[in-house]
Design a protein around this ligand. Sequence first.
Ligand SMILES: Cc1cc2nc3c(=O)[nH]c(=O)nc-3n(C[C@H](O)[C@H](O)[C@H](O)COP(=O)(O)OP(=O)(O)OC[C@H]3O[C@@H](n4cnc5c(N)ncnc54)[C@H](O)[C@@H]3O)c2cc1C
Length: 445
Amino acid sequence: MPTAPLIRLREHISGEVVLPEDPTYPALKDAFVHEGQPAAVVRCATPEDVREALRCAKEMGLPVAVRSGGHGGAGLSTNHGGMVIDLRLMAEVQLLDPERRLVRLGSGATWAEVSRVLGEHDLAISSGDTTTVGVGGLLLGGGIGWLARRFGLAMDSLVAAELVTADGAIVRVSADDDPELFWALRGGGGNFGVVTAFELTAHRLPGVSFGKISYERSEAATVLKGWRDHLRTAPDELTSFVYLYPTFGGDPMPLFIAVCYAGDDPAAAERAVAPLLALGSVLEQDVAPRPYLEVLEDPGPLPPGLIPLVKNRFASQLSDELIDILVTETDRRETLYVELRSLGGAVAAVDPAATAFACRDSEALVTTVLLSNDPGPQQEFEAMWSQIGDLTSPIGYGNLLSTATPADVAAVYPPATYHRLAAVKARLDPENVFRGNHNVAPASG
Ligand SMILES: Cc1cc2nc3c(=O)[nH]c(=O)nc-3n(C[C@H](O)[C@H](O)[C@H](O)COP(=O)(O)OP(=O)(O)OC[C@H]3O[C@@H](n4cnc5c(N)ncnc54)[C@H](O)[C@@H]3O)c2cc1C
């Protein structure tokens, strides 16, 4: 491929243009689990760099992939033969205004860094559960984590975003400046431009009480029903996830429930968690006060070549039938992992029309992960979903999907949301430059 425009780009930007022959290319070409072979990785250091990169990609006809933390499950922050716009040099975490707790985050920052810096000021922003996930991808899709029931989705604290649009304009978007685009950015993913920085309101949070409780696996169904019932009346400070781990052919792992009480009163945390400790035979538990940063975990290594198949759906109610099937299936399937995330609280308190995120009134998010690339288990995985599909919403959470097929897109955006997004897309990106995502096609006419 002729690389003259890329060589010229190298001279015009303050970041770096990394080509396949460069020594740093092997460390930059891939996403978290997906391998890529892009024609160039452009490490942008400023919005102007992004604008120049987009201009170059257009001149060369290169498809564009946008990368913040690189953890997107569908692997769309790399590609083959295109340009990766890598934002990890734009990783500032700044407390702009301590009085108003106004924070500026570069898209390429990680949530570990955000939590570390804000923790020094007894502040936090609702994030996910993992240190290395990037600010950009998580925020544009929603952000469901340990502080969800207390402070909402990560994007619910968003005040403004700076982005570079397909035509190279550098704009600031907020509730006052292009409210329709501000709506679309909160849940519509990377469809509308390259977001280079976000402004958010952080929350006062000197610490949390966090820990994991393990139970006899044989009691999983009973414990899970009790967990669900408890969360229906638990204080909003309490967010909780359930882990049903795969057996990998060995003995079943215990059932784990992780809890995060987002408040600095350990006695109140104990009161909120106590009913969970009475749900079954507790094997171990380590719930204790901690800084929020300590709650985030590093992702474990995956076996080389394994691309997990991840599918999720919201559940307005976790029925007994759904719980029974999930427990039975994880007992029977060696490579199936199931995770339930409690919702409600502050997630449900936001007006559903305020953002492009669907199913705010759900009780939980049901995520299933198949840790096998073999066809047999994949067929069983699909068969399980045909069983539980009627017990969940048809709508899922795009950030925790490993594919981006048209069916996935339909599952992420209910029809009314999709049509509204498509109108914004037609205005901002009529040529669909930003299509490496759960893609919303520009509305025609
Ligand atoms: C180990 C692991 C743990 C996770 N835990 C959670 C969790 O607890 N809660 C949760 O809600 N999600 C979680 N996720 C899902 C996560 O939110 C998404 O994968 C998210 O897209 C990752 O963001 P990223 O910036 O790291 O990814 P990237 O791969 O860099 O980006 C993903 C996609 O988002 C778009 N994009 C990213 N940045 C920008 C930008 N600045 N401008 C425009 N478009 C952009 C692009 O389309 C890109 O392909 C987890 C994922 C992993 C792998």
